[in-house]
Write a protein that binds this ligand. Structure first.
Ligand code: DX5
Ligand code: ZN
Length: 226
């Protein structure tokens, strides 16, 4: 997984057909997805439930790009090995999920994965100032996590600040929530390179009719100026 700052579109399978995940992953990859974003929710850290390591492991067989697993769970540490075994390439934990994000990031890297740290809209950039050398990705939430299809919350100032803090480090800035043709440009201008998009990618298409996925991905990429 060589590092670069080109714009990457990461469809979130939260907006896919849950009874058809394997085929949905294949369809969005065939339509131009760069990464596959997988949202794990526990009904405790966020007010919604999705799925756990066995589902992620089953998905792995269908992902040929990068499997980007976003944990919205607390605690995180007891599950790190299970997500490594499931085949996550990037494993992202929320800084708000516990008091020991430093240890969590070390453990994620120690288990052989790229380590990500996510920030809720109410959390300042400074929360990750002392862990930037331990992570490979900072995820800036532009909605309150838990659900797809919510309206974008402007975090431009935070993204700009993080981009400066990151400097030459090989750390991606990922944006998650409400990314569409109307919001992609501002976040990329501010310094983001990974754009998660659920509803804006899956809207209008299906496994039987995947062409809209490609149109949506190309439209977001074009809007981002990529
Ligand atoms: C929200 C999830 C997002 C979500 C994005 O808690 O982390 O990944 O699927 O969905 P959209 O793009 O519809 O806002
Ligand atoms: Zn997510």
């Amino acid at each position: 997984m060589p590092f670069d700052r080109s714009v990457k579109i990461a469809p979130s399978i939260l907006a896919a057909d849950f009874a058809n995940f394997g085929a949905e992953v294949q369809a969005v990859e065939a339509q131009g997805a760069d990464w596959i974003h997988v949202d794990v929710m526990d009904g405790h850290f966020v007010p919604n439930l999705t799925f756990g390591p066995p589902m992620v492991k089953a998905l792995r067989k269908h992902v040929t790009t990068v499997m980007d697993v976003h944990l919205m769970i607390a605690p995180v540490d007891p599950y790190i090995d299970a997500f490594a075994d499931a085949g996550a390439d990037v494993l992202t934990a929320h800084v708000e999920a516990g008091p020991h994000i430093h240890r969590t990031l070390q453990a994620i890297r120690g288990a052989g994965m790229k380590a990500g740290v996510a920030l809720n809209p109410g959390t300042p950039a400074s929360a990750v100032a002392h862990v930037l050398d331990l992570c490979d990705l900072v995820c800036v939430m532009t909605v309150n996590p838990g659900f797809g299809g919510q309206s974008f919350i402007d975090m431009t100032g935070k993204i700009t600040e993080l981009r400066e803090m990151i400097g030459d480090r090989e750390v991606h800035i990922e944006i998650d929530g409400g990314v569409d043709v109307g919001t992609a440009e501002s976040v990329v201008q501010a310094g983001a390179d990974v754009l998660v998009a659920g509803s804006a990618v899956f809207r209008g298409g299906s496994v039987a009719n995947p062409a809209p996925y490609g149109e949506n991905i190309r439209a977001i990429r074009a809007a981002a100026g990529a």
